[in-house]
Design a protein around this ligand. Structure first.
Ligand code: HEM
Length: 281
């Protein structure tokens, strides 16, 4: 170790030379060193403006929380996004510019209402969340497998979720929308009925994550290099086709194999049968 690799307090410093192997924050910003927090002077104290330190601590402090608010039951897979058509007229984002270029991705599929250990084939909405590791930083595209949403105003979201979750006085039912609290919410929120009909239909429960569509639901704004905006929607279409199971099948599968969806994804990838989606704008 040379003098150059020691900080002013004598602490060892990490050195980064290889751009491809650079550590980043969760937002994709490069960091050279995650072993020394920012200090006021060589011997501290630690400065709260060190957002790299705070991000690392934030992640650690949340590792042992067993339950997310929603989408607790999920399964993630690595993959890549390959650009089929450049869209400079819509977006200035670097990874939308060069046809054929591959961007690494990580996609997490999930149910919404059940806890981490709940069964896979719940009558529920599925999440379809993709992180694109672009050269300009990480881009998250979150979606559901149903193109409409229960509410129009986000302030109703805690009430919607509390109504579909286990009742607070008894701790059940688990991953079930068929209970009074949920129907109480739906009956008082006319805007919820469209999505509720999708959820109660025979399309609702995917046969597998591989046969599932994804929808951004919201309208998003893309900005091109001239600063001009366009409103867009994002749709994922499975090349495998869309397939669902009916309630009778879901009940049997949940009993025999509560991990049916994650096992299906693992087995398909393990066998080299990689699922593919077209991302349409
Ligand atoms: C309208 C108000 C909404 C609120 C307040 C809300 C809030 C949340 C919260 C708090 C989480 C949990 C984050 C975590 O603990 O990791 C979450 C996750 C998620 N939400 Fe929403 N959400 C809303 C609408 C939506 C909509 C419309 C969609 C679909 C387009 C959606 C899709 C997802 C997905 C897929 C996840 C899981 C992400 C992952 O797998 O990491 N949400 N949401």
């Amino acid at each position: 170790m040379t003098d150059k690799e020691l900080g002013k307090g004598g602490e060892p410093r990490q050195q980064t030379t290889d751009r491809e192997m650079t550590m980043t924050t969760a937002q994709g910003g490069p960091i050279a060193d995650d072993q020394n927090s920012l200090k006021a002077g060589p011997r501290g104290p630690v400065l709260m403006e060190d957002h790299v330190f705070r991000e690392k601590m934030f992640h650690f402090d949340h590792e042992r929380i067993p339950e997310r608010v929603v989408h607790a039951r999920g399964y993630g897979v690595h993959g890549h996004f390959e650009l089929k058509e450049a869209i400079p007229e819509l977006s200035a984002a670097d990874f939308f510019q060069r046809v054929g270029e591959k961007t690494p991705t990580f996609t997490r599929f999930s149910t919404v209402a059940g806890n981490k250990g709940s069964f896979d084939l719940a009558r529920d909405v599925r999440g379809f969340a993709t992180k694109f590791y672009t050269k300009e930083g990480n881009w998250d595209l979150v979606g559901n497998n149903i193109p409409v949403f229960f509410i129009q105003d986000a302030i109703k979201f805690p009430d919607l979720i509390h109504s579909v979750k286990a009742a607070p006085d008894r701790g059940f039912p688990q991953a079930q929308s068929a209970h009074d609290n949920f129907w109480d919410f739906v009956s008082l929120s006319p805007e919820a009925i469209h999505m509720t009909v999708w959820q109660m239909s025979d399309r609702a429960i995917p046969r597998s994550f591989r046969f599932m569509e994804g929808f951004g639901v919201h309208t998003f704004r893309l900005v091109n290099a001239e600063g001009k905006s366009h409103y867009v929607k994002f749709h994922w279409k499975p090349k495998q086709g869309v397939q669902s199971v009916v309630w009778n099948e879901a009940l049997k599968i949940n009993g025999a194999d509560p991990d049916f969806h994650r096992r299906d994804m693992w087995d398909a990838i393990d066998a080299g049968d990689y699922p593919q989606w077209d991302l349409g704008i």
